[in-house]
Design a protein around this ligand. Structure first.
Ligand code: PLP
Length: 409
């Protein structure tokens, strides 16, 4: 049995992507073979395809307590974020459209807002507290008479920390009064891990991605509250209420729908499992190494099984930890997948939370998933212990060598 675990790789980076659930794959397969119609066609093949898209739209809507007509299918979480920001901003001239985003947004929001800023749209970036929560005072102060959209993510992809979005929404309502400010939230990480009820969150736009909830890559959705006006980014045949032209990605959409339905059915049991495994992981790491600390305060609401971890004395060495663990068959991250090309760049999320440059380079992100087991956590802990010993001996050797060299001068 132990040998089997040794041979199998252990995947602990579910915030980067999730494996395709076998049930989702089975559901998708017929759409690669017999059900290949164009949902816009009026004959039987098209009608069947359209009905499958409708079912998926309902499944996604149900997961967030929205109406099916409020779901627009896109190619990704990134496209959904772009459609929300660009779709609102492009309705106005730059002088008439001030945007607000938080400092910890994913690049899909951050870079899009930056682009609009370069085009002349005024932009405010909200700082966060050490806890990772948006600074309320700054939020209140940053609202202007021409503020059109505020984008604040629901849960952060690095820390897993959850924003009190419904409360933030209320504050905005109180300050904005009659002024209609649209609220967008990037819920790519939160979806499927915590219950999301759009009526309670009271946002106008919400981004979703299938590959974070055990669905296929290359498909996402934007919740767009009834009556919210957007300009499309893609023009053509007028699919998705004219907001996202192009023949629907039938295979991806049915996969997203099924993944959403499973996430809804299994929300409670998955949460419980992730909390239990997460507790075991964190207490195990703390026992092995008293220098382990959780990024953001321990009591902060965070996604179950989602941890960003620093290790005092090993800051700046997360890449070594990651590579060492990879060699032992374990996949963890030193930040978001999107920044893996920029390994030496400090995390903008940690910098925004007040960690210094060195600390912001030295984080390990461990994100558990639906299929992880207790044995895998045990195996991870054994491997973590081995990795720390290896790094300690390298550090001691380097320090001795440096000291010797220093003595020679
Ligand atoms: N938003 C957040 C918070 C994410 O974590 C990601 C992906 O890592 C995205 C957006 C982008 O989603 P996609 O990979 O579907 O483009």
């Amino acid at each position: 049995m132990e040998e089997a675990i040794e041979a199998k790789r252990i995947y602990l980076d579910h915030a980067a992507t999730t494996p395709l659930d076998v049930r989702v794959r089975e559901h998708m397969l017929p759409f690669l073979t017999e059900n290949w119609g164009n949902p816009s066609s009026l004959y039987q093949e098209g009608v069947e395809a359209k009905s499958a898209v409708m079912t998926a739209r309902k499944q996604v809507a149900n997961l967030i307590n929205a109406s099916p007509e409020e779901i627009i299918f896109t190619s990704s979480g990134t496209e959904s974020d772009n459609l929300a920001l660009l779709g609102v901003a492009r309705r106005y001239s730059p002088a008439d459209c001030h945007l607000i985003i938080s400092a910890i947004e994913h690049p899909a929001v951050f870079e899009c807002a930056k682009r609009l800023f370069q085009e002349g749209y005024p932009l405010s970036v909200l700082p966060v507290e050490k806890t990772g929560i948006i600074n309320l005072g700054e939020l209140k102060n940053s609202i202007r008479p021409n503020t059109r959209i505020i984008s604040m993510m629901l849960a952060n992809n690095i820390t897993g920390i959850i924003q009190p979005l419904a409360e933030l929404r209320q504050i905005i309502r109180q300050i904005a009064g009659e002024q209609n400010i649209l609220i967008h939230t990037d819920a790519v990480q939160a979806l499927g891990k915590i219950p999301i009820d759009i009526k309670i969150l009271d946002v106008d736009l919400l981004s979703i991605s299938a590959h974070k909830i055990y669905g296929p890559k290359g498909v996402g959705a934007l919740y767009c509250k009834k009556g919210t006006k957007l300009l499309p980014m893609i023009y053509g045949g007028g699919q998705e209420r004219g907001l996202r032209s192009s023949t629907e990605n039938l295979l991806g959409i049915v996969g997203l729908g099924k993944a959403a339905a499973i996430a809804q059915e299994e929300m409670e049991s998955t949460q419980l499992k992730l909390k239990q495994l997460g507790g075991k992981l964190i207490s195990g790491m703390e026992l092995l190494c008293s220098d382990v600390y959780l990024i953001g305060e321990k009591h902060c609401p965070r996604l179950p099984g989602h941890f960003a971890i620093g290790i005092s004395g090993y800051e700046g060495q997360s890449i070594h930890l990651l590579l060492e663990m990879n060699a032992q068959g374990i996949a963890v991250s030193s930040g978001s997948a999107c920044s893996s090309q920029q390994q030496d760049t400090p995390s903008h999320v940690l910098l925004a939370m007040g960690y210094n440059v060195y600390e912001s380079k030295g984080m390990l992100r461990i994100t558990l998933g639906r299929f992880n087991t207790e044995e895998e956590i045990d195996h991870f802990l054994a491997s973590f212990k081995k990795t720390l010993l290896t790094l300690r001996s390298i550090n001691t050797r380097n320090n001795t060598r440096n000291n010797t060299r220093n003595n020679n001068y």
